[in-house]
Design a protein around this ligand. Sequence first.
Ligand SMILES: Nc1ncnc2c1ncn2[C@@H]1O[C@H](COP(=O)(O)OP(=O)(O)OP(=O)(O)O)[C@@H](O)[C@H]1O
Ligand SMILES: [Mg+2]
Length: 522
Amino acid sequence: MSGPLAGPRTGGVLDADPDLAPDAPLEVVLHRVLLRTCRELRARTALLVLPDEHAPGDARVVAHGLDDAARDALVPDAATRLALLAGDAGLGPDCLALPVHVGGVPYGRLHVCDKQGPDAAGFDAHDRQLAAVFAAVLGPTIEHVRLHERARRQRAWAEAAADIGAVLVGPVSQGSALQLVADRALAAVDADFVAVLLPRDDTSLAVEVVAGRDVPPALVGELTRPDGLPAEVVRTGAGLVVPDTDLEPLYLPGEEERWPELRSVILLPLPGDEHVGVLALGWRERLAPGSWQLDPTLPQRFCDQAGLVVQVARARADRDRLAVLEDRDRIGRDLHDFVIQRLYGTALGLEVLGRTLEPGPVADQVSQAVDQLDATIQDVRRTIFELSTAEDEGVRTELLRLSDVVARSVGFRPRLVVDGPVDTLVVGPLRHQVLGVLGEAVSNAVRHAQASSIDVEVRASVAEGVLVRVTDDGQGLRGRTPRGGLLNMTHRAEGLGGSCAVRDRPDGGVEVLWQVPGEAVR
Ligand SMILES: Nc1ncnc2c1ncn2[C@@H]1O[C@H](COP(=O)(O)OP(=O)(O)OP(=O)(O)O)[C@@H](O)[C@H]1O
Ligand SMILES: [Mg+2]
C-alpha cells in the first residue's frame, strides 16, 4: 500500500485499512483515524480541532467517543474551540494535545482523553509516542483526501470541457452550443443555476442561455446593469466569487426579482481575443467561502474552451448569415438580368405580333398575354426589392435595437422581459405587427410620458398567442384620446382577432396591453 496512511511514519498502525481509502469523504476518513487512535491508545475520546472553512475565524471539532450533546458541552463556544485549536487550552491535565501539520504548516490539533482499562492512571510515554504518530498521519491524510477530491472535480470539469469542445467540429447553431456550455457547467459543479452572458454593447451583457431547476425563462434576453458584477468581470477579465450575495451590495441591485434567488455565486470570464462573455454559476444555499465549487481555478480550462466555442459559434452564425445575404443578392441579380429581360423580350415580341393582327378575339388574347407579362415583370421586380431588404432578425434582436434607441434618446434602457419562443412564433406578418406595436408604444412612452422607467414585456406561446405590455411611470394620459398611433395598435390587434387596451396605471404612468390569440401564431 502506498500513500500517507502507510509506511514507517505510522509504524504500521494504519496499514491496509480499507476504510481509510482516500476517495472516501474527509469526515469519514477523519472519524476512522480518531477511532483507531482511541483503540490503540485505549482512550475513550479523541477530538480533532480544525479551522472552520464554513465560518472563517472559527474552528470545528471532529469527535470520537462523544455524542453531539457531550461534545457541545465540552467545547461550548468559538472561544473554546479557537483556544483548543491554538493549543492555548487543553481538555484537562490527563489529556494529550498534539499539533497537526498540513503541508508542513501548523493546521489543527489532536486531543486524546480518558485513558481506559486497569492501568487507567494516565497516558504513558508509549501512548504519547503513538499519539504523535496519529497526529503526524492526520496532516497528510487531510491533504491527500483533499487532493483526491480536487482531482475528481478537475476531472469533471475536464470532461465537460471535452464535451463542449466536440461542438467545434460539428455543425451546431450558436444557441445550442451555448446551451450545451450551460448544461455541462451545471452538471460539472452541482450548481442550481447557470447562465451564459454575452456583451450586447460596450457596457452591458445579455443573458443568452440559462440552465438549472426552476429558472425563470424570461431571464433570457435580459440585460445586466453596466455597473453590475458581470460587466466588472468583462472589464477586468478576472473571475468574481460571491460566497454570500446578501453581503455584496453590487449583486443585482434593483434586478433581483428577475433572477432566481441565489446565495452563492461565481462569475467567470469566457476569454477570447477580447473577453467575450461571462459564465455565471449560482447556488440557492450559501456555500462555504473555501468550498471547491467557489474555486475559480478549477473551471479555468472549461472557460477557455467555452470562450472558443462562443467565438466559433458566432463566426459560423455570421458566415451563415452572410451566405444567405449573398445568395439573395445573386438570386436578385439573376432575376433582374435574365428572367426580367426574357419576359420583357417575350412581351415585346407579342406586342409587335399583336399590332400585325386584325382586331378580334386572337388580337385580344395576345394583348391580355402582354398585360399579364407586364404584371409578372412588376411582381418579379417587387420580389427583387423584397429580397434585398428582407430582414431576418428576430423580435428579440429588434427589441434590443429598440432599447438602444430609447437609451440614446432618454438616457435609460427599458427593462425587457421576453418569454417563450418569441423568435420562432412571432415571424412573418405577425412579426411586422408586433414590431409596429412595440415601436409605437415605446415611442409614445419616450415622447409623451416624461417617464423615468419603461418596462417592455413580450410573451408568446402557441396556446396563449402573443402578449405585448409596455408600461411607463410617467405622467399618464391626462384624458388625451387615442389618435393615429394608438388607433393603429388597436387595428393591428383586431385584424388578428385580438385586443388592445391603453390605460392609466393606478400609481401613475400608462399601460399598453396588446394581445392576440393562439390562432394568430399558428
Ligand atoms: N405613454 C404615454 N404617456 C403619456 N401620454 C401618452 C402616452 N401615450 C399616449 N399619450 C397621449 O395620448 C395621445 C395620443 O397618442 P397617439 O399615439 O394616438 O398619438 P401621438 O403619439 O400623439 O401621434 P402619433 O402616434 O400619430 O405619432 C398623445 O398625443 C399623448 O398626449
Ligand atoms: Mg403615438
